[in-house]
Design a protein. Structure first.
Length: 279
């Protein structure tokens, strides 16, 4: 088993396209998707990861004609985190087979409103309304099975930091299921009526068997493992943290602390950058 720990400042930025590549060989390419970027193109014509990576492959390797790139799995537009794409049709087929057999591992960090039980499982049936681009919990006959397990990592002032393992991959699954259970995600304006914060949902780990070598690979981000308990609480309760700490720091530390707050709030991934910049 090979566990590949990735940290923000180790990402390679190539061709001035702001494409963060975590791993690449002749068969697969693993990247970090920022929040706000589509996994693949849709009717909006906004930039998407599939197009960015195809462009990178075409330009870097001077590929003539169309470039093949297989979309193995998706992350919602506002979800950040680790993704793998297949560079050959055989790799795509073998990775998709792992997903169908529930061998492909996907884990997420989320911050939800309310104190969830220490551990739990959520099982519902979801229906996606294509016109609204929104999913709903329905009865078994009208939806597709959605299942996940979770573990609460920390909690403060009515919010919980939760580690989520997906067993299925449905549209907006984590957001819908936690909202239905009474714990909407912080920053979720669609399912939680929270319009004031960034959506606190990040894919921090994927695991799968390499499509040709059969070696088990895990790509994970270590930023939460670097946080102490107080920093975890600051992440969960950003507003309270920012309001109080900035009123009680010296002028020479103000810029430093402000940067830390921005990193916590803007993206889970960038917490690595803060830690690596720390004297």
């Amino acid at each position: 088993m090979k566990i590949i720990n990735v940290c923000y400042n180790n990402y390679e930025r190539r061709d001035n396209m702001s494409l963060n590549i975590l791993y690449e060989d002749n068969h697969i390419i693993v990247v970090e998707k920022p929040s706000g970027i589509l996994s693949q193109a849709d009717h909006t014509n906004d930039i998407d990861m599939l197009t960015l990576i195809k462009r990178y492959i075409k330009e870097r390797y001077q590929k003539p004609g169309n470039v093949y790139l297989g979309l193995v799995h998706r992350l919602d537009r506002m979800t950040s985190g680790v993704m793998v794409f297949a560079k050959t049709s055989k790799a795509a087929s073998r990775l998709n087979e792992q997903i169908l057999k529930h061998e492909f591992v996907k884990k997420y960090y989320v911050v939800v409103k309310g104190i969830v039980p220490k551990t739990g499982n959520l099982k519902n049936y979801l229906y996606k309304d294509e016109q609204e681009v929104k999913s709903y919990v329905v009865n078994e006959n009208n939806g597709k099975l959605a299942e996940l397990s979770y573990q609460r990592i920390n909690e403060v002032n009515g919010n919980s930091l939760v580690d989520v393992s997906l067993k299925t991959g449905r549209h907006h699954q984590i957001r819908v299921q936690f909202a239905y259970a009474g714990y909407p995600l912080v920053g979720d304006s669609l399912y939680g009526n929270d319009k004031n914060k960034k959506l606190m949902l990040h894919s921090y780990l994927i695991g799968f068997y390499h499509p040709t070598t059969k070696e088990w690979l895990e790509f994970r981000e270590e930023e939460l493992s670097r946080m102490d308990e107080n920093d975890q609480k600051h992440l969960i309760n950003f507003d309270d943290y920012s309001e109080n700490i900035l009123n009680n720091v010296s002028s020479e530390n103000y810029k430093y602390i402000s940067k830390k707050l921005d990193l916590i709030y803007e993206d889970f991934m960038e917490y690595c950058a803060y830690w690596n910049d720390t004297p």
